[in-house]
Design a protein around this ligand. Structure first.
Ligand SMILES: Nc1ncnc2c1ncn2[C@@H]1O[C@H](COP(=O)(O)OP(=O)(O)OP(=O)(O)O)[C@@H](O)[C@H]1O
Length: 564
């Protein structure tokens, strides 16, 4: 749902909150009325009863104002969280479905939109809706009070905008350095073991400090300019009373106004015109709100609704049609990949480091979309499969493992609902991945929580749990990126046995490897070289060709301990 739609849905609430603001603004004049009544009635009549009555009346009015103010704040906060909730899920999905890593910034954009639509800007705008009436009252008191109010408002608005413009430009120049410094600090903190072991700390600290210093210098320079203007604004606010009472005194001395006119004008100004002043001071947030709103709309509009019409049961016949993928730098990562394999095939993907194997596997798993060409499953382009049908039928092991923060149960079951009875599937998946002992060791159990990318498990253990996640639910298509890279000989033997079992059940399996040992199970082999499909043929044909050409691509089976 776009931001505009959310705002349209809640506009009725704004009307109710505005009404509260109007009553609040009227009630906020209580001190003014009290002062006028004391001067006119109590001083003249010297009546204790009138004084008592006025005090009680004003106390009730002030109490009513306090209650209205409280309810309005609560209503605005509730509205803010409603807007937040309406946007959050769509944004979360859009961030995960989209390709741009910068989209993560959308989470802070939601906070900016919430604050912009329900924060001080809106509060002061609502409070200021009666300001024209108060300015008229000032004109009625005396034309000079009215003119002063308008001049004061204009000067303050101009100064505030000026100061904020400086701040904005300084912040945006410092932001890149700040973000880089922050990301660098987070990345080094997460790798502190390596830093400690090799004493890389002095070097990384220097790098981080240079980024941080550059951000601080830019901020300091801007701070000096902006704070001069802020000080002038502060002086003007401080002098407001002096100026109004001074004008009142001049008018009194010229017999043009009563003795209290300056005080009265000051109170009207504070309670009635004050919100307009604070609106003027908050106007700068509009540009932030508009920018965040625009970014969210682009993100949400880019998000295509996933297909929902179910396709026939997946068999696993895979076709790559002229598949190409350009990297974020616009350069070719993979180009012209075309082949077709029947359901139930096991396909090895080999090639030198950086050739494009992982990229091909990402496209086959639907983890990334090709720049051109298509991956078809059973003749249907992969993106035509509804996610709810495709997801359970695909088991993907990325090279980076990518275990998620959560329990082993959640990781293996792919965050299935907690009450689901999945004992049999989990047990099977863990057995196939040779991961049962990992769960049983050290009293861990399935509820054991994993930290960032599977910490504190060892590399081989993480790979096995991630394999169990890939095997979970007997997927029709398995895409395994170097599934044996961190496995010992027994792990590799278990993996081979599991792949053989899954093939017997009809699963299609793609895997990449640098080791010969795993390739004996293949029906076909794809060779990727420098981003292009060098060859695609049956296992025996490719292995014979590699043998003739002198194998430099694969680590011989004896080196891994696997039997050929
Ligand atoms: N999104 C991207 N943007 C820019 N470059 C990319 C992108 N994805 C991959 N590359 C580059 O494309 C090349 C192929 O990467 P890929 O991970 O597919 O290689 P690989 O064959 O799996 O290598 P390895 O055997 O070392 O894992 C690398 O040089 C990589 O840096």
């Amino acid at each position: 749902m776009r931001v505009g739609n959310v705002v349209r849905e809640v506009r009725g609430r704004y009307a109710a909150i505005w009404l509260q603001s109007v009553f609040g603004a009227l009630l906020s004049l209580t001190p003014f009325l009290f002062m006028m009544q004391i001067t006119e009635r109590v001083y003249a009549s010297r009546s204790w009863e009138t004084l008592g009555f006025l005090v009680i009346l004003c106390a009730v009015l002030v109490l009513a104002w306090g209650m209205l103010d409280h309810y309005r704040s609560m209503a605005l906060s509730a509205l803010g969280y409603r807007i937040d909730n309406e946007l959050r899920q769509g944004v979360y999905d859009a961030v995960h479905v989209g390709e741009s890593p910068a989209a993560v910034g959308a989470f802070s954009d939601i906070a900016v939109v919430r604050q912009g639509l329900t924060g001080p800007l809106v509060e002061s705008a609502m409070d200021a809706s009666l300001s024209p009436i108060f300015i008229t009252v000032l004109f009625i008191l005396n034309i000079y009070f009215g003119l002063f109010a308008i001049a004061y408002l204009l000067v303050l608005a101009a100064l505030s905008l000026w100061s904020r413009t400086i701040w904005q430009s300084v912040r945006s120049s410092a932001r890149e350095d700040e973000e880089q410094a922050f990301a660098f600090g987070m990345a080094t903190a997460a790798r502190r073991d390596t830093i400690r072991a090799m004493n890389i700390l002095p070097g990384v600290r220097k790098e981080w400090a240079a980024l941080q210093d550059s951000a601080s210098q830019t901020m300091l320079a801007g701070l000096a300019r902006a704070s001069r203007i802020d000080s002038v604004i502060g002086m003007l606010q401080l002098s407001q009373m002096i100026m109004l009472i001074g004008i009142g005194a001049v008018l009194y001395l010229n017999d043009e106004a009563s003795i209290n006119s300056g005080f009265a004008a000051f109170i009207v100004m504070i309670r009635g015109v004050g919100p307009a002043v604070s609106l003027a001071r908050n106007l700068w947030t509009i540009s932030e709100l508009r920018a965040a709103w625009g970014r969210l709309d682009v993100l949400l509009a880019d998000r295509k609704e996933p297909p929902s019409a179910p396709l026939p049961e997946m068999k696993g016949q895979i076709t790559c049609e002229n598949l190409s993928y350009l990297g974020s730098d616009g350069k070719v990562v993979l180009s012209g990949v075309r082949f077709s394999v029947p359901a139930g095939s096991v396909v090895g993907v080999v090639g030198p480091s950086g050739a494009g194997k992982s990229t091909l596997l990402r496209l086959l798993a639907g983890a990334a979309a090709p720049t051109s060409g298509s991956v078809k499953i059973d003749g249907f382009p992969i993106e035509q499969w509804p996610p709810s049908q495709r997801g359970p039928e695909i088991g993907y092991l990325p090279q980076s493992i990518d275990l998620l923060p959560g329990s082993i149960w959640q990781n293996v079951t792919r965050f299935a609902p907690e009450d689901a009875d999945l004992t049999r599937q989990i047990t099977e998946a863990l057995d196939r991945a040779g991961a049962t002992d990992i769960v049983q060791a050290r009293g861990r159990g399935l509820g054991f929580r994993l930290g960032e990318n599977g910490a504190p498990l060892s590399g081989g253990q993480r790979q096995r749990i991630a394999l169990a996640r890939a095997f979970f639910g007997d997927p029709t298509l398995l895409v395994l990126d170097e599934p044996n890279s961190a496995l010992d000989a027994s792990g590799e033997a278990t993996l081979l046995k599991s792949m053989a079992g899954l093939r017997e059940r009809g699963s299609t399996i793609f895997f990449s490897t640098h080791k010969l040992g795993l390739l004996w199970i293949c029906d076909y082999i794809v060779v990727i070289m420098d981003g292009y499909m060098h060859s695609f043929s049956t296992r025996d044909d490719i292995l014979a060709r590699l043998g003739t050409a002198g194998n430099t691509l694969l680590v011989p089976a004896t080196a891994t301990g696997s039997s050929a």
